[in-house]
Design a protein around this ligand. Sequence first.
Ligand SMILES: [Ca+2]
Ligand SMILES: [Ca+2]
Length: 294
Amino acid sequence: MSCKELLPVLMSVVLMIVLPACESDTDNPLVPVEVESITLDKNSFTLAPGDSVQLIATITPAEATDQKITWTSGNLCIAHVDSNGWVKAMAKGDVTITASARHGSRIAIATVVIRCVSASAQMIKPVSSYKLQYNGHAYIIVNRPSTWMEAAQIAADSSGYLAAIDSETEAHQIERAIVKSGFAFTCAAPDGGGARYLWIGATDSHQEGSWYWSSTLSPGVSTTRGPCEYTNWGINSYGQRIEPDNYPSPGPDGLVDQDYAAIALDNWPNGKQYQWNDLNGFNKLAFIIEVERQ
Ligand SMILES: [Ca+2]
Ligand SMILES: [Ca+2]
């Protein structure tokens, strides 16, 4: 066989050796497969406050090496989302939930509308509330066990907000309303020394340690009224102010901060009756609504 005849034979032998090696590269687990896109099973949906739904994210291609998905809520006051895509509606409003992959370079967004379609929209029964008028405002003591978010929603549905206490005089009027209501309150907070409490409108859920009065005067609109200039946080028997202490306590998905204020009806280790404590917002407590009369 001449050199000319031998060349094609040699070429085919070389290709037979090289080609399988090239093909095997695509299956090599050491070569990363990049995420091209991420999609959600729902792009928009409606929930009632307190309801939950799971979003399912799909990464393309399915064999992408980095399968990590990060979930974020555009407004934690309106909805929370956990690491598995479970969305929990907290209060009325519109919010976007974002699933991101490939370190945030690929995202998918769902719009969630939260509105009252459940029992939380029902009007307060007179039997469970007591109203006191003071300085052009009405204070309504509602003896219905509710989370802080549920209480804030009921306050908004009543054209008011959870009580915002701006002075010692106003604090005393509220104490008077609590006493005159005659209710036998039974709702205690395990993370508040086991004392009984009523929710008021102060929260530091926007920024830890920065306490604001919440305001939900208009349905679907959640804003703040301003920083808490007057406060009445608990003082222990040694005269030390321990509260607000942001003591972590169990929530539905693990430990949560204490981001919502309540008035104590009993003494507790860090304070006395009618002083304030920051509590886990998932406690089911009675509450005080303030309504401005025009
Ligand atoms: Ca806090
Ligand atoms: Ca506390």
